[in-house]
Design a protein around this ligand. Structure first.
Ligand code: FNR
Length: 183
């Protein structure tokens, strides 16, 4: 594999639909992308008082992201925005400003929800945050309405051909984007 892609999933719960979506995208990805899912569940809440003495979990996340060639974020939408756990992680590794890991980072986002517009609005917020941080966000959108309970299995197998083709096109397009950015 040529490019190291850090994977962040915005839901930690057992049986998360977004974890299933992430697993399906990893399955469908071309060989040029090598994924590594990073933890966000062990981060403290951001507090500038503890900036000078960052916890091990914060340092690990920052260094893992800094080493990555690209980042894939797969996240639910919470109240038409992104989950606090994801925003907290983004904030931690955006500071200090000269070590903002998002700057010039190729980033793609995807998400799913049982609702009709599965995470589309939350993704608009995420796109705005990442663009402030000067990430290179993949143009286009990838959100899935999880309309049947078996749309994607617990092992990331997609049961519907059109959904599988859509996800394959998305991750192939991201692979091309990463190759263009990283050479
Ligand atoms: C939700 N859910 C939700 N769904 C949606 O389409 N738009 C929304 O704004 C919200 N808001 C929201 C807020 C909170 C606090 C919760 C807990 C849930 C429903 C959500 O899409 C659903 O619970 C998904 O299954 C969450 O993703 P995971 O955990 O399955 O990956």
């Amino acid at each position: 594999s040529k490019y190291d892609v850090a994977l962040l999933v915005g839901s930690f719960r057992t049986g998360s639909l977004n974890q299933r979506l992430a697993d399906s995208i990893v399955r469908l990805a071309p060989d040029s992308l090598n994924f590594r899912q990073l933890r966000m569940d062990d981060l403290p809440f951001y507090n500038q008082d503890i900036e000078p003495a960052r916890t091990e979990a914060v340092n690990r996340l920052a260094s893992d992201l800094a080493k990555a060639d690209a980042v894939l974020i797969v996240t639910p939408e919470y109240n038409r925005s992104i989950p606090a756990v994801l925003k907290n992680a983004i904030d931690w590794v955006s500071k200090p400003g000269d070590k903002n890991v998002w700057r010039d980072m190729p980033v793609a986002m995807a998400g799913t929800s049982p609702g009709a517009i599965g995470t589309a609005v939350g993704q608009q917020h995420l796109r705005q945050v990442l663009s402030v941080l000067r990430a290179h966000v993949l143009p286009g959108e990838c959100y899935i309405s999880f309309k049947t309970p078996d749309l994607i299995s617990e092992t990331g197998v997609v049961s519907e051909a059109s959904t599988e083709a859509f996800l394959k096109e998305f991750i192939d397009r991201f692979a091309g984007y990463v190759a263009k950015m990283r050479g």
